[in-house]
Design a protein around this ligand. Sequence first.
Ligand code: FES
Length: 130
Amino acid sequence: MAKVKSWDEMKNLQKQAQQEGQGKPDEWVVVVGMATCCVAAGADEVLTIIHDDVKKLGLSNVRIVETGCYGNCYAEPVVEVRKGSDAAGTGTRYGYVTAARAHDIVEKHLKGNQILEDAVVGKDQEVYIP
Ligand code: FES
């Protein structure tokens, strides 16, 4: 990866990353925290389950994205679900995502449009959105 040489170059890269993370208005965007600590807490298994379940259920309106630290390190693994038209960081954020909860996110939220209220974290917390 090339070295970033200026603030403008950094801002352009940020804009490009935000555009790449944006989905279509009618699709779900599922963002899985995959920083080292997240992976140590089981995020790689969660990511695999979400990929597999989306495929098994034939959900074609789901985009799965990996990201770094969410700032909800106390609740790893963390998964955010939002509509493609919503800004990053404004979706429903699930924490302590186990294998069973990962299956539920796909079955209930992505397929059934039902939020898993007891699994939501970070409601009262300011979220860092670069
Ligand atoms: S390092 Fe995983 S949420 Fe912070």
